[in-house]
Write a new protein. Structure first.
Lengths: 626, 284
């Protein structure tokens, strides 16, 4: 018998000897071993079965790293040459780093809070871990470490090229690169711990209003961002890049230099490490010692925040778990009594119920496909709106783009410069397309795999398999074409684009929605993954990665084919190019030919990108055994 | 072990979900060496009761003790005394069965050598050797269920709690689990199972508790039922259906739900926990 146990003396009190429990270090070792074993198996599986995917991911990450590095390197070199006055230069870089790290801090806080919510309260293994004789703190820390890793790897990927580029431009000593890693790791712990504590506090005390809190935080951040952007973009004509403009910018960003902000410590520490080895005459300590001081402050605070978070986890996690899982069916009346703002939630619920019922009715009667296909579309639409992960991401992404489009004028573009406006409009179109591709890859691509897991349901119904794929396509196309077209129309309206280009843009938006839907549905059927239950993991697999890459390629080609001819046409219209000059010998009849050719080719490409994956998908889906 | 200290003790336990009362004023004691079967229709409150017992949910009111340890105040101590088989067991799909069992053994405080020995014993008992070193993602439902049973018995807990334990098991494994439960009870350990399989309860349980709409409407042994004429010529299934149907009709006719009123007149009040040996002798 491995673990003997002794009952309390009177059977009621807990003062006597109890069951022998594992020590905290044994507990920690067991969880560490668990993580290592799972990681090794996952890596082994990837190396055995998904080498291409791994290579693709590494290649794309490398390309992304390289592009960011090149942009930053060029930017820092420009800054060094343009701003000769060293203190001013350092001040600008300090503000840039400070703002960047502050923004990342807020993002890490939110992402870690959301991730931990999913892991601590919805994770499939939690119901096992909480019934084992392990402390709540251990379970919390196990998940917290996972959340820190998941939320901060991208931060390291995006930040490292920028800091390395600065080090190279500033001719920094070797220890600059050595302190980067501990700075970035310890920095990411602080917002992660704050996000984790906020998550626990909200679920512990306001389990019924957690979504409201999240929406509130996001709204506050968006409002703060809007205020900042508006302030920074309100530049007087002719004032751009003048010394007065610089001073004004730095003054507006002074809040990022608050001494209590971890982003300031990291920014200061990194910049000190980047200084030459010889201290300035007025400095009391050499730069490396200053950097080490800031590193110590950051690490000690990271450890402190981690300890506080662990304490909060030990105290409240089990209670929060219980409260959340017994609050799910709380009535609106009860919720409102506990927290008055939930009245708003109740109103939204009623409104969304009414709206969704009417949308369902509308969808059933729309002239698209057979009655069976329409019913399948309604089913998918219901699943979409009842899955907050899907619609919240959709809303956040498209909401941010909408926000940007609505505020384009304050960015002070020279909207009288026709070719510039044309370029911005096509870039906006590309952004909408890229957002759409993430939506189709993340949410449409996995639907076939998920459908396969419960295929006994659809497979036993009197419908053809093709109808299932058509319904997915119509659902994807219908749900993407309207927001996509509206956003592009809004962008064009704000930029004052000519009706001809608006027409081309609308056509391109339609082609994007059609092609991206075809690619995601077709590849989803051709390369399903019936092992996974998580849509996010299915989308992150090889099929999903390929879908994302092909979608990006498709967007680039479609936009280039329609944008380039119209760009030249506008250049000719505004007299910035002559009829007989330019690429391909521009003259009036020729440019019309190129425009029609571009549109024709994009139409052809759109149809091909829809038809070929769908054909492959149909063929694979017909032969598929479940 | 002291046979007169209840292994499980519910005292006026209530659990609400918003305005819905899932478990209402549940008081129950289960002694060491007893097999207790918890019956009830879907949504009656069985799983909620079990989740409170194993510490996943906290009671809104009342206390739950396992061998004297309050499961809310001392969740680790209580958890060390329990082996819990949930209705939807979880296994890490990127671990082999052996690695999973080793993890459970370690968090229960066993040394590597002890863990190895206990895993070997359980593997032999549940015939796991053929697939123990494969990833659990390749297992069938029955294989998973056997691994789960092996994991909860690794530390030889004095209390086995199982929520619908027989689902997915083949007849041989069902027989094995039943024998195992009986053997554990004979060793003085407690088994608390929730099931819809009335035949299982009838076959192995020392006492049966029937919960309906959150309230415990009957507790007793089959022998007591027979002795007090409750069963008459009925089997447990007919008795269960009659009891829960009576409750349903009673509930629909009046808004106020008082179980005592709707119980058959000859139903005894919830009896005190009796030593299991007395139940068995009464049954015989």
């Amino acid at each position: 018998m491995a673990t003997s146990w002794v009952l309390p003396a009177d059977g009621k009190t807990t003062t006597s000897l109890g069951p022998i429990l594992p020590s905290l270090s044994a507990e920690a070792w067991a969880f560490w071993r668990l993580r290592c074993q799972r990681t090794i198996w996952a890596l082994r599986r990837v190396l055995q079965e998904s080498r291409l995917r791994l290579a693709l991911v590494l290649l794309l990450s490398g390309v992304l790293w390289g592009v960011i590095f090149w942009l930053c390197w060029d930017g820092f070199r420009f800054l060094r040459s343009a701003v000769g006055h060293a203190p001013t230069h350092d001040q600008i870089v300090h503000h840039v780093f400070g703002m960047y790290l502050l923004a990342l801090m807020l993002m890490l806080m939110i992402s870690c809070g959301i991730l931990l919510y999913g892991m601590l309260f919805r994770g499939p293994d939690i119901s096992l871990l909480l019934t084992l004789p392990v402390s709540a703190q251990r379970v919390f820390l196990h998940k917290f470490q996972e959340a820190v890793w998941l939320s901060s790897w991208a931060f390291v990927l995006l930040s490292s090229p920028m800091f390395v580029a600065y080090g190279l431009v500033a001719h920094s000593p070797w220890y600059y690169y050595a302190v980067l890693v501990p700075f970035l790791i310890s920095f990411s712990y602080i917002p992660a711990a704050i996000g984790a504590m906020a998550c626990l506090v909200v679920v512990r005390w306001f389990p019924g209003a957690r979504m409201l809190f999240l929406v509130g935080v996001i709204l506050v951040l968006v409002a703060g961002g809007a205020w900042l952007v508006r302030g920074l973009s309100s530049t007087e004509p002719g004032d751009l890049l003048t010394p007065h403009w610089f001073q004004s910018m730095l003054h507006r960003l002074r809040f990022s230099q608050h001494r209590m902000l971890p982003s300031w410590w990291v920014s200061m520490g990194i910049l000190e490490a980047a200084q030459p080895k010889q201290p300035a005459p007025w400095a009391s300590r050499p730069p490396w010692a200053e950097s080490l001081l800031f590193l110590t402050v950051t690490i000690s605070n990271a450890l402190l925040f981690r300890q506080i978070a662990a304490g909060v986890g030990q105290r409240w996690y089990r209670t929060a778990y219980s409260r959340l899982h017994t609050q799910q069916h709380a009535s609106d009346q009860e919720l409102r009594r506990r927290f008055w703002l939930t009245g708003v939630v109740r109103f939204l619920r009623q409104w969304s119920h009414w709206a969704s019922q009417n949308v369902d009715r509308l969808l059933v009667h729309l002239p698209m496909g057979s009655q069976t296909i329409r019913l399948l579309v309604v089913k998918d639409f219901r699943l979409f709106r009842r899955d907050p992960v899907q619609w919240s991401q959709f809303l956040v992404f498209f909401g941010l783009v909408l926000f940007y489009f609505l505020h384009m004028r304050p960015f002070s573009y020279d909207i009288h410069h026709a070719t510039w406006v044309n370029m911005v409009s096509f870039l906006n179109l590309s952004v909408v397309g890229l957002l759409l591709s993430t939506f189709t890859t993340r949410f449409v691509f996995p639907t076939i795999s998920l459908e396969g897991r419960r295929f006994w349901l659809l497979g036993l119904l009197p419908l053809r398999r093709e109808q299932i794929l058509w319904s997915k396509f119509i659902y994807a196309f219908g749900s993407s074409v309207f927001p996509c077209s509206l956003l592009v129309l809004l962008s064009d309206w704000k930029l004052g684009i000519s009706p001809l280009i608006i027409g081309i843009h609308q056509l391109t938006a339609g082609l994007l929605a059609m092609g991206l839907s075809g690619i995601s549905v077709g590849l989803g059927a051709k390369m399903p993954n019936f092992q996974e239950t998580s849509p996010a993991r299915i989308a992150a697999g090889f099929g999903g990665t390929l879908c994302l890459v092909l979608s990006a390629l498709y967007i680039v080609l479609i936009v280039a084919m329609t944008a380039l001819p119209s760009h030249f046409w506008l250049a000719l219209q505004t007299g910035q190019a002559t009829w007989s000059s330019g690429p391909f010998g521009l003259w009036e009849t020729n440019i019309r030919f190129w425009m029609f050719l571009g549109i024709g080719c994009s139409l052809l490409l759109g149809l091909t990108a829809t038809a070929v994956p769908m054909y492959l998908g149909f063929r694979a889906f017909r032969r598929m055994e479940f | 072990m002291n046979p007169f200290v209840p292994m499980i003790e519910f005292q006026h336990v209530r659990r609400t979900f918003g305005r819905t009362v899932a478990v209402d004023d549940l008081s129950l004691s289960v002694l060491p060496g007893e097999i207790f079967a918890f019956l009830g229709p879907n949504g009656a409150g069985k799983t909620t009761t079990i989740k409170m017992l194993v510490g996943l949910l906290h009671p809104s009111q009342g206390t739950i003790r396992v061998a004297g340890w309050d499961v809310v105040e001392h969740p680790r101590e209580a958890a060390q005394l329990i082996g819990y088989v949930p209705d939807e067991p979880f296994l890490y799909d990127k671990l082999t069965g052996r690695e999973f069992l080793d993890f459970i053994a370690r968090v229960r405080g066993m040394s590597p050598r002890q863990a190895q020995e206990r895993i070997a014993q359980q593997a032999e008992l549940f015939q796991l050797e053929d697939f123990l070193d494969q990833l659990t993602e390749t297992y069938s439902h029955g294989m998973k269920q056997r691994i789960v049973f092996a994991s909860v018995l690794l530390h030889d807990p004095p209390l086995l709690v199982a929520d619908e334990p027989m689902i997915g098991l083949d007849p041989r494994s069902v027989r094995l689990v039943k024998d195992l439960m009986r053997a554990r009870a004979a060793e003085g350990k407690t088994v608390f199972i929730s099931t819809h399989t009335l035949a299982l309860a009838e076959e192995i349980a020392d006492r049966i508790g029937i919960i309906h709409r959150g309230r415990l409407i009957f507790v007793g042994s089959l022998a007591q039922m027979h002795q007090q004429g409750l069963m008459q010529d009925k089997n447990l299934e007919e008795f269960f259906l009659e009891l829960t149907n009576t409750q349903l009709q009673s509930q629909s006719s009046t808004d106020t739900f008082t179980p005592a009123d709707s119980l058959p007149t000859s139903t005894p009040a919830i009896p005190e926990a009796l030593p299991p040996s007395q139940h068995r002798s009464a049954s015989a």
